[in-house]
Design a protein around this ligand. Structure first.
Ligand SMILES: Nc1ncnc2c1ncn2[C@@H]1O[C@H](COP(=O)(O)OP(=O)(O)OP(=O)(O)O)[C@@H](O)[C@H]1O
Ligand SMILES: [Mg+2]
Length: 329
């Protein structure tokens, strides 16, 4: 649906993006992840036809962005980094304006505007002037504007920036709901965002793609590690020793279970906790649980986390930085 080939953009001497290649298939929700200044917004502006690249190609639904910008813009709903919402229009007027601008058939405008308002929960403010809305609501108006022409493709540049936690949850739920009907490319530097919404992620750093995979694939391939935290009532000296000998276990560390207790609970003080590093597989978790139960240690809590995306992200973006510095110097 979106094909990006050797895309490069220089601002003067500075290469903001450097020969990017990736594609987004129909129906996918792809997270475009990278630290500040990585080149996310630059890439999105080029895909949507708002900016010309220095070199390279972008093809959207079979149309070249630079030869056929009108066809491309018709198929894309774009939430820019700073949504250009017109303050002196009401929410409804603005959405009608965007729908007309997008060439939506006149007869379809009212129903599409109503749908966009409903999807982004703007019903209560639809007759208010945009300039009087809070930042979070203006952000929703921007998302609503991206949706209003019912485009096949949505390009959302940091859709939840500036929203409060409840609105963030609402927008994530909305993105999930939209995923069935639209192909979505969304940028973010908030990691839980991609975990919550995306089927695939592309990590970009300093204008280059450093990883591209499914979420599970990336975490497993790059880190291949997990952590299981257990809390037990009794910990015979042999427990940690036994755990460390299980297949898939890489290390066992006793941690202080009562340290963050409330200080007066005799029960909390009696618990022992262990942090167990594993190979990330489920088999290791199962073995740990069986071993603790078998040892009669009085298991009261067991938590399993896979290596988090945050570590992978930091690992990828910092090693690339070192590489680049090596090349430049
Ligand atoms: N108009 C411009 N003129 C000069 N340099 C620019 C311009 N726009 C962006 N850049 C530079 O290009 C690089 C990529 O910027 P871009 O805005 O695409 O990053 P980003 O990944 O969207 O970052 P953020 O997470 O902060 O939004 C940065 O180094 C930035 O300083
Ligand atoms: Mg940006």
């Amino acid at each position: 649906m979106i094909e990006v080939r050797d895309l490069t953009k220089s601002y003067g001497q500075h290469k903001a993006i450097d020969r990017l290649n990736f594609s987004v298939n129909k129906g996918e929700v792809v997270g475009f992840l990278g630290p500040n200044g990585a080149g996310k917004t630059t890439t999105m502006k080029i895909i949507t036809g708002f900016m010309a690249p220095s070199s390279g190609e972008v093809n959207v639904a079979g149309h070249d962005v630079f030869e056929d910008p009108v066809e491309v813009k018709k198929r894309i709903g774009y939430l820019p980094e700073t949504p250009p919402v017109y303050g002196d229009m009401t929410v409804e007027e603005y959405l009608r304006f965007v729908a007309n601008l997008k060439g939506v058939e006149r007869a379809r405008v009212p129903s599409l505007v109503a749908r966009a308002i409903e999807k982004t929960s703007l019903g209560d403010v639809r007759r208010r002037l945009i300039q009087n809305l809070s930042k979070g609501f203006r952000q929703r108006v921007g998302i609503s504007g991206a949706l209003v022409s019912d485009p096949e493709i949505l390009i959302l540049d940091e859709p939840t920036v500036g929203l409060d936690p409840r609105q963030v949850a609402e927008i994530r739920a909305l993105i999930k709901e939209l995923a069935g009907h639209h192909t979505i490319l969304l940028s973010t530097h908030i990691l839980p965002e991609v975990q919550a919404s995306c089927s695939r992620i592309i990590i970009i750093n300093r204008g280059k793609i450093v990883a591209e995979d499914s979420l599970g694939g990336i975490t497993q391939r790059m880190a291949g590690a997990g952590r299981v935290t257990i809390k037990v009532r009794r910990s015979p000296p042999s427990l940690a020793e036994g755990l460390s000998r299980l297949a898939g276990v890489r290390g066992v560390r006793a941690s202080d279970a009562s340290a963050n207790g409330r200080g007066h609970g005799a029960i909390a003080a009696l618990h022992s906790a262990f942090e167990i590093e594993t190979d990330g597989g489920e088999d290791a978790v199962e073995r740990i649980a069986a071993h603790v139960v078998g040892a009669g240690a009085g298991l009261v809590d067991l938590r399993s986390e896979s290596a988090d995306l945050e570590n992978v992200f930091l690992q990828l973006t910092s090693s690339e930085e070192q590489q680049n510095q090596g090349v430049e110097s």
